[in-house]
Design a protein. Structure first.
Length: 114
């Protein structure tokens, strides 16, 4: 199944931050980006335990890699992060939009503040 269009932007944010962390260029700001992107995606789709677990796995792997030193033992963590990111993207293929998002119906707090 195709990933719902409205989650492409937050998904891209998550994947870019994940890539930065995997290349040891990321840090706490990238973890915050992943957290924000996952939260946005969670808001935009119907609840799905499989997607939720994939999101937890992705964030946990990113967090573990951020806390590690760039040494050979971190190769395993990099692989786990890549697999978790891929699994999350795959799970999103079954996602269904929970909230229509367009200029007139976006009821998120950050949208109202804009």
């Amino acid at each position: 199944m195709a990933i719902p269009e409205q989650i492409q932007v937050p998904l891209n944010m998550v994947e870019q931050a994940s890539s930065q962390i995997a290349m040891y260029r990321g840090g706490s700001s990238d973890l915050r980006t992943i957290s924000a992107g996952l939260g946005e995606i969670s808001y935009l789709i119907e609840r799905d335990p499989g997607i939720e677990m994939a999101a937890v796995d992705l964030f946990s792997a990113a967090q573990a890699l951020t806390a590690s030193e760039p040494v050979c033992s971190a190769v395993r963590l990099r692989r786990l992060l890549a697999e978790a990111t891929s699994r999350f993207r795959t799970r999103l293929g079954s996602a269904r939009a929970a909230h229509p998002v367009d200029a007139g119906t976006d009821d998120r707090p950050e949208a109202k503040a804009a």
